[in-house]
Structures are given as structure tokens and as C-alpha cells.
Ligand binder design. Sequence first.
Ligand code: B12
Ligand code: SF4
Length: 504
Amino acid sequence: MIRGTLTMKPVAPLGLAYIAAAAESAGHNVRVIDAIANNICEFHPTELGNDIIIQGMRPEVVAELVPCGSKVIGLSCMFSNNWLLDRRLIKVLRSRFPEAVLIAGGESISGMPEYALKDSELDICVVGEGEETFKEVLSAIENQIPLVTVKGIVFKKDGKIVLNPRRERIRQLNDIPYPAWHFFPVNAYFDNQITLTPTERKSLPTLATRGCPYTCTFCSSPNMWTTKYSLRSPDNILQEMIYMYEKYGVTNFELFDLTAIINRQWILEFCRLLQNYPVHFTWQMPAGTRSEALSEEVIREMAKAGCTNITFAPESGSKKVLQLIQKKADPDKMLPAMKLASQLGMYVYVNSIIGLPGETHRDIWKSMLYLAKTAFAGAQDTGMAVFMPYPGSELFKQFEQYGQLSLSDSFFYDILYTDSITKSQFYNNNIPSFIYRIYNILLLTVFYIVSYSSHPSRIYKSLRNVIKRRYVTRGERAIGYLMEQYFSLKKSPVHSLHQPVSHV
Ligand code: B12
Ligand code: SF4
């Protein structure tokens, strides 16, 4: 099974670790290649453009590591903006292994299984949650059972594409085998601090819940996981943490949940168990959570239980925009929670999106005011994402229906630049792209000015981080990279390729 290279900051591939565990538990002989961690210091340009730099092994090297005679090769394709690179890897694998069954899964694949099959040499796409489906596919291949009996896949048969019905979500999350990290080069993750949150501790991701009950139209989660939201028992998660601690010495855990905190009783019980456990674990919620259940009591208990980072996901400061995208959240109600979390020493991050369809100048100014309030409340950083219609999301379907976009190389090329201030594509007719780019810079500038002026001690911390090149916030990273580029330009006229992400 393979995790290909990425053009963005890598993390330990949790989805693939779950799939490896499922295959192993069904008695299959498993081998994993993590194309990033296996060659983490290698950065190289691609044929996609000089500014698209990938980290990790080249596809040809990945293919050489796949054992001869492999019958099934699985690939994890999580990000749509990685499709052009994933497709290249699939091509190389197909030419080296003409007889193997090539199977892919992940959020990106789940949003566009038919296109992925047509556009590449893949044989089978697994749609949605993967464990049960993958085991059944393997068993079908082994026992020559027709694939048409396997729920949750889309596959090629005699040159045609067959869509099987979706599979029901796994009911008992506690019964799913823990991610099989023993197949992965975990020491490379630890030694190179492959985490979202900077930490000196050994860290691995974990998942406390699956799915999300909401249906925001920009998000691909309803297609991927349906709206079924299920939780592991707090004790089951703690047991996994203890297992990772005893086996690898891991004491920091990043919760990659879409929406970890909805249930007050559940989070309080989780915190109680962690507080009573003799080893002090730290943990974070870097993926963005809802905040309805984040009462004062809950935040205090989370801080006592070792939570060091909460990412809030208000997305916009305009209630009109939130209504348009069906984001059922009240950004103002998040502010007291941000303030308390920050006062208790947690790192508070705010997810925001610009460029959503229907957004106007007025909405941007509202978002700017709101971002200033979050910075004043104590938020340390904001991820200013530019809206992209991801395959599988409701907005993507609407754009496609009205002929405003279709899946093609140029679409994937455009979304490669999702993080770029100068090159990202905007899907909003109200505001010209160049004005959006100015807004993007302005929003970030306002955020950092308010953050530093209302919390002056952070200036010293940020300076120290920039000097030590241990960037924590986007602002520090931007200044750090500018300085690095300035000094490397002074030394040599050739640009340094030593940067972890491609984005300009
Ligand atoms: C961690 C994370 C990140 C991290 C790092 C990701 C990385 N480099 O690996 C960071 C913070 C960097 C990140 C950034 C972004 N992210 Co993000 N991220 C996630 C997150 C929260 C967790 C992924 C995860 O581990 N999930 C848990 C595992 C268990 O689920 P899974 O991987 O889907 O695996 C299951 C199945 O997919 C399947 N499966 C997976 N692999 C395989 C392989 C095989 C062979 C099979 C059979 C099955 C299978 O089985 C697994 C078990 O059931 C997801 C949301 C989520 N919770 O999934 C978003 C998510 C992946 N991110 C998303 C997005 C949009 C982004 C951004 C583009 C946002 C932005 N606009 O800035 C940026 C990218 C920035 C950039 N530089 O380009 C989207 C992707 C949508 C898409 N189609 O591309 C997601 C799905 C969130 C969402 N619902 O919108 N992200
Ligand atoms: S954006 Fe968040 S709240 Fe909305 S559907 Fe996606 S995961 Fe759920």
C-alpha cells in the first residue's frame, strides 16, 4: 500500500494506517511504502511547473520498492489537488505491474471515482470509509468472487465503469483495529517532527470520531462519510493512546477529527480519563471543530487534560455567507471560548475561507472585523483558505451542473495553487481576483497587527521562532521564508529548493 508524495506539509497517513490494519487483521501479507517519510529530505521539482516542488521519493523509486509479484497495490489519494501527481504514480505502477489490481481510496477518490477510473490506469476505487470494503475486495479477488457483489466500490469491467451501491458506515468504531503504525517508518515522523502542531514530543495522529452530522455545501464530508456521526468510547481512545505510548513512546496525539466536540458528556468523560491516567499526555484538535459544546467548564477540563491547541472553524465573519454555505455556526459565540482557551495557555487557531460564492465586498469587511476580534480574543494564527470547489461537495455539483467547471487537467492544475496568494483561482463573480488577492493580504495583516498589539509578549516569541527557524504561525513562516530567500539570494543567484511546500 502506498502513500504518494505531496506538494504540501505532510503528516502521518492515518487513513492508510487504518487500511493496513484492516488488511492485516484479515490475514493478508501487507507492505507499506510511505513515499514521503521514506525519503523525507528529498525535494524535487515536477513536470507540473518549476514552482511545484514535491517532497519524498520519485514515482519510479516508489515503484521499485513494491515487491515483485504483488497482486494488489493500494493507494491513498486524500487531496484532490494532488491528483495529477497521484495519476503519474499510478501510470508508473501500471507499467511496472501490468497484472496487479490497482485500488485507490481516500477523500479525493471518493469525490470523483468515475473520473479517476477514466483518467488513469486504476482498476477499482473505494468510496467512503475503507476498512470493510477493502477487506471484501481483497477477499473477492482472492476467491474470484465477482466484484459486483462488493458494496462501496466503483470499478472497471470490460472497458465499462460499474458503480456498486454505497456501503453502510461501520457501526461499532470501538471494534476497528488500531492504525497499524508498525508498517510505517514512525521514527522518521518523530525525528523530523512530522506534525501539524509543533511539539518536542513523539507524536502520532488519532481519530476519536468519524463523520459529521452537518452538510456545509463547500465540504466533501457529507459525500465521504454521509451525515452519520459516530464516536469511539473515551476509554477505547485512551487504550489506543496507552498502546502507542508503550510501543513507541508517543505522548502527543493530534486528533484529526472533522468535528471532535459535539457531545458535552463525551468530552468531559474523555478529559476525566486523561486526567486520571498517570502519564501526562498532550493532545490537539488541529483540524477545526465546532464550538457548541465548548462551554467554560469543558475548556477548563480540556486544558487540565493536556489539550494544547484548539482550531475553531467559523469560516466567515458574515452570517449571510454562512447561511449561503449552510454552515450552521454562530461565529460570535466562538469568541468567549477562544478567549478562555487562549488565557488557559492553549494555542488558538482560526480557520477562515475567502472567495465563497455569493460573498461581496461587504462580507469581506465583516470577516476582517471578525478576524480582528478573534485576534483580540487571543487567536494566534489563522488559515486563510481560498474557496475551491472540491469534488464530492455540494458546491462542486452546482458549479458542474451550471457548466461553470468540469474535471480536467486544468482544474487540477488550478487547485494545486490553493494556498498561493498570487496564483490561487477564485470562483466568485462579485469580486475580481486581483482585489481578492489584496484582501487576502489585508485580512492576514489586520489579524497579525491586532494579535501582536493586543498580546505584545508574542512579538518576542515570534522573533525567537523566526531566528531559530521553528515557525509556528503562518506569519512567522512567511517572514522566515522571505529572510531565508533574501540570504540565500545574497549568497547565490540560484533559488533554494529547501522549502517544505510548493506554494508561493
Ligand atoms: C490532517 C488533514 C490535513 C493536514 C495534513 C494532511 C496531509 N498532508 O496529509 C493539513 C492541515 C496540512 C491539511 C491541509 C489542507 N486540507 Co486537510 N484534512 C486533514 C484531515 C483533517 C484528516 C485526514 C485524516 O487523516 N482523516 C482520517 C482518516 C481515517 O480518514 P481518510 O484518510 O479519509 O481514510 C479513510 C478513507 O478515505 C479510506 N482510505 C484512505 N486511504 C485509502 C487507501 C486505500 C487503498 C483504500 C482502499 C481506502 C483508503 O479508508 C480510510 C479509513 O476509513 C481531513 C479531514 C478528515 N477528517 O478526513 C482534511 C481534508 C483531507 N483536508 C481537506 C482540505 C480541503 C485541505 C486544504 C486544501 C484546505 C485549504 N484550503 O487550505 C489544505 C491543503 C493545503 C495545501 N497545502 O494544499 C479536505 C480534502 C478535500 C479534497 N477532496 O481534497 C479534507 C477531506 C477536509 C474536508 N472535508 O474538506 N489537511
Ligand atoms: S465543514 Fe465542518 S461542520 Fe461543515 S460539513 Fe464539513 S466537517 Fe461538518
